[in-house]
Design a protein around this ligand. Structure first.
Ligand SMILES: Nc1ncnc2c1ncn2[C@@H]1O[C@H](COP(=O)(O)OP(=O)(O)O)[C@@H](O)[C@H]1O
Ligand SMILES: N[C@@H](CC(=O)OP(=O)(O)O)C(=O)O
Length: 574
């Protein structure tokens, strides 16, 4: 593109500027500066008064001779990072464990990143392959194996071998990770000595995975001539609550991360490579983790902090699929989702996205693209604020197994007020999170969120459930139903009657009794609770009915499932 750039009187003008001002930055950086004015790469956003009294946003560009050019921005509103600067970085590219599982995969990922020369990415990485699980298993074994046997722990040998082999195959220096491997062994010896693995230690233990993968990848990028800089999230400014193993990101994170990445880039541009999944506890200052799969949340947090154009999460599947492919292999990619649909899908158990990861993206309205690092040509799934739902019926089916359901029937008179409040105050007091709820005047069915008790010991979970039942029994008859599954139908709930009719026809044909139905205020999700033993069969049959024939016409009418109202079935469709 020919760009006429005049620098003089503090003003530069680029006619035909591309889709946003970052194009101008790229042009300036490369060749567009007038001879004698070489861009220093120091750009910041500035508002300029225009003729009719309004303001237009432009880029203040500092050039080598100290001249200042103002590049007018036309078109879209320019994105601002949390520290007020226009970000020089354009996208986040997050790669999950399977995308960085070996030296070969790391080479492919490096090529993939470099195949987008127009992008200036922030790279977020998970630990290599199964490293996180192996670290946790090693920690469990260390508790009981005795200090002198730590070096024999199979998982420790696996981790050492994998990382040393990777370093070797990539031709980078062993010292990149050897200190960390020594520290890891010492930590396991400490666990063996103490004979305990606290949640805090567990987080520190798993952090070795991301700390090693990012160091290896950064060294490799530098080796092949692409300047990169490694960051540990806990030193970058990702500040969290002190809820070890399931920490929440605090708002102070956004300006801190923006400032650090921005300043480093200005002083010495290099591709930032950040550890996913990790943070720093606000009070403890110890390493925390964001819950399993938390690197997705790291990516969207950085995207929001810097006000980037797009957040990409690269996985081992062609995007978000109509169903978990491990449950139903014929699942197909969903081209477009809203933040709300994606959040609901993740929250109700689709492993493909971390449950909290959509929040920062939605708050800053930054599109998230889910792509396949094994098949980069596949279009993937685009997640945005809104999409055309006029033709949409069902988007995806999600299965969450092994959940506990409670049927609670009041022992007081019909219509007794305060019953629901009392029940929920018991859950609040005990710090237990509830997933799905369906109510009538004197009874409640609900399911408990397993992710919130995921980190607790099984034994502790069992005694907590007993405690809940004990408290509830003071005001109600309580039935604890275990081994249940929630099947969530994510879709256009404007068509809920069609979805329910079709779904219940299918379930009737399968001879399955639904034990609870819940449709929340989000209007994108209808949840059905069935017994674990029937759940996979139901998902397969529902998928065939809704997706495999691409035929969403009304099913034959019949006395379908809505007329099944066993004692524990509630419908709270609003
Ligand atoms: N609806 C779904 N769409 C896509 N993948 C799903 C879905 N439900 C479950 N999965 C599983 O999620 C995996 C991808 O998520 P994850 O393992 O966290 O990726 P990564 O480690 O690359 O971030 C897939 O391999 C697939 O087995
Ligand atoms: N390594 C962490 C964090 C993570 O996000 O992993 P992945 O992107 O591979 O799901 C985990 O296994 O939970």
């Amino acid at each position: 593109m020919v760009v006429s750039l005049q620098i003089g009187g503090g003003r530069a003008f680029c006619p035909g500027l591309g889709r946003d001002s970052r194009d101008a930055v790229a042009l300036l950086r490369n060749s567009a500066c007038r001879p004698g004015f070489k861009s220093t790469g120091n750009f910041s956003s500035k508002k300029k008064r225009n003729g009719d009294g309004g303001t237009r946003r432009g880029l203040k560009v500092c050039c080598e001779r100290g001249a200042t050019a103002l590049v007018e921005k036309k078109g879209d509103k320019e994105r601002q990072s949390e520290d007020g600067y226009a970000s020089q970085l354009s996208v986040v590219m997050k790669f999950g464990g399977s995308s960085v599982a070996s030296a070969e995969r790391m080479r492919e990922i490096a090529n993939l990143i470099l195949s987008f020369p127009e992008e200036r990415p922030v790279v977020v990485l998970s630990a290599m392959g199964k490293t996180t699980n192996k670290l946790l298993q090693a920690g469990e074994k260390a508790v009981s194996c005795g200090v002198s046997h730590v070096s024999d722990i199979e998982e420790l040998s696996f981790i050492k071998e994998l990382h040393l082999r990777t370093v070797d195959e990539l031709g980078i220096d062993k010292s990149t990770i050897s200190v960390l491997l020594d520290e890891l062994e010492q930590l396991l010896e400490g666990i063996a000595m103490m004979k305990e693995l606290t949640l805090r230690t567990r987080d520190y233990l798993v952090s070795f995975g991301e700390c090693m993968s990012t160091r290896i990848f950064t060294a490799y990028l530098n080796k092949i001539g692409s300047k990169a800089r490694q960051y540990d999230a806990f030193h970058l400014g990702i500040i969290t609550t002190d809820d070890f193993t399931n920490a929440d990101i605090l708002d102070v994170t956004y300006p801190a991360v923006a400032k650090r990445l921005h300043e480093d880039w200005i002083n010495n541009p290099a591709i930032p490579v950040v550890t996913g999944f990790l943070g720093k506890g606000c009070k403890s200052c110890a390493v925390t983790t964001l819950g399993r799969g938390g690197s997705d949340l790291t990516a969207t947090t950085i995207g929001k902090a810097l006000g980037l154009r797009e957040i990409q999460v690269w996985k081992d599947v062609d995007g978000v699929l109509t169903c978990d492919p491990n449950i139903y292999p014929k699942a197909e990619p969903v081209p477009h989702l809203t933040f709300e649909e994606a959040a609901e899908l993740a929250y109700f158990g689709a492993q493909v996205l971390h449950p909290q990861s959509m929040r920062p993206a939605r708050e800053s309205d930054i599109p998230v693209r889910v792509k396949n690092s094994y098949n980069p040509q596949a279009p993937g799934t685009l997640i945005t604020k809104a999409r055309d739902l006029s033709e949409a019926v069902l988007t995806s089916i999600v299965l969450k197994s092994n959940i506990t359901m409670l049927d609670i029937v009041s022992t007081r008179m019909l219509g007794q007020f305060g019953f629901l409040a009392k029940v929920f105050s018991i859950f609040e007091e005990l710090g237990i999170s509830v997933d799905c709820v369906a109510t009538s005047e004197v009874s409640i069915s609900l399911t408990l969120d397993p992710s919130k008790v995921w980190s607790r010991e099984l034994i502790q979970q069992a005694s907590e459930l007993d405690h809940v039942a004990e408290e509830l029994q003071k005001i109600a008859v309580v039935q604890l139903l275990q081994n249940r599954s929630i099947i969530s139908l994510i879709g256009n709930v404007q068509k809920s009657s069609l979805i329910l009719e079709k779904a219940f026809n299918v379930l009737r044909e399968e001879g399955v009794n639904v034990q609870m139905i819940s449709q929340g205020a989000s209007k994108v999700n209808i949840s059905l609770v069935v017994h674990d033993s029937e759940a996979k069969k139901c998902v397969g049959a529902l998928h065939s009915a809704f997706f495999d024939h691409a035929d969403d016409s009304l099913p034959e009418l019949g006395s379908a499932g809505l007329s099944q109202n066993g004692s524990s079935m509630h419908s709270s469709i609003s």
